[in-house]
Ligand binder design. Sequence first.
Ligand SMILES: NC(=O)c1ccc[n+]([C@@H]2O[C@H](COP(=O)([O-])OP(=O)(O)OC[C@H]3O[C@@H](n4cnc5c(N)ncnc54)[C@H](O)[C@@H]3O)[C@@H](O)[C@H]2O)c1
Length: 349
Amino acid sequence: MAVSQACLRYAMGVNMKAAIVGCGSIARVHAGCIQSSDNHSLAAFADTITEKADSFAKQYNGHAYPSLEEMLEKEEIDVLHICTPHYLHVPMAVYALERGVHVFMEKPPVISKEQLEQLQAVHTGKKMGICFQNRYNPSVIQVKKLIDSGEAGNINGARGIVTWSRSKVYYTGSGWRGNLAAEGGGALINQSIHTLDLLAYFLGKPISVDATMANHHLKGVTEVEDMMEAFLCFEGDKTACFYATTAYCSDVPPLIELSCDNMTIRIEDLEVTCYYKTGKMEKLPVRRMECLGKSYWGAGHRDCIADFYDSIEKKRPFSLDLKGLNETILLMLGTYESARTGREIMIHA
Ligand SMILES: NC(=O)c1ccc[n+]([C@@H]2O[C@H](COP(=O)([O-])OP(=O)(O)OC[C@H]3O[C@@H](n4cnc5c(N)ncnc54)[C@H](O)[C@@H]3O)[C@@H](O)[C@H]2O)c1
């Protein structure tokens, strides 16, 4: 019986081989995370702009390819990192999973209900993880522990606010951002999806969403929204107010505030502040961590990627898979549907 090189490496306890498709901004963060791991290596890079793949291959000592197809045909890869424009995530994930490769993809996992169904229909036994790295921020982990301990009491409501700056050049210089078919949306699906995800993470099962969106500052430049606001209802009579814009003058840390029975908890980047009902205010000690990308993206990429590889090695579930992120995906698609139709959308009846 033929034994593949990948099986041999596992049997020998040797590292996993990774490849990256899409050698742009975020790919540098993924490459840095793999390079700094003790066990895994970067083998290959694909980009339609061959100079970009060449530059990564040179820096990280791997091979460069002009397409995903050619890369997977010529290389024996264990994990593919998908760092391409949004509309390509699903077709590339399906292509790799069906060829026996584990997939770690950047957000968003899908840009439409149709793409969600395509991804749900793939069952190959290979793992797929999605990069919601802010779940690994020490501040988020600390607050989850505090909520689970019962000390804060029940969560009654929350707000999530993202105010960032994205200029005309950010869109016109990219070739895909600002194009509805390629990006799938704007301020929500690209910039503030992590904050929406954290609201779902803390508040639980979403019941309904009522949203509006607008393009205030880049009319005629982009086809996507630069502002999304939503009123979200969750199981247990919990509600959340969500506001995201890319029309602000600078990039400030997103705010997530949880209003609980005994205190109000604010997460801003790596800071956590508790405001007790007694009037006392306390900053929780939070572990500092090195951030490989921009600080307001969150610092969790390294831990998120390490956890994904560990879940493959130990053959255990990875929490940020399609099932684990189901509520976030439904909430995002429902928010767009509500904003596009002007109707409240029921997510779970
Ligand atoms: N998790 C985060 O915080 C975070 C932060 C930034 C970006 N991202 C995500 O990362 C992804 C990429 O964003 P970016 O800012 O790096 O974009 P980018 O435009 O800098 O890079 C995308 C790269 O994909 C390449 N590409 C396009 N079509 C291709 C194809 N068919 N085959 C191979 N390569 C192709 C482009 O040439 C480009 O080099 C997006 O999904 C984005 O939302 C996530």
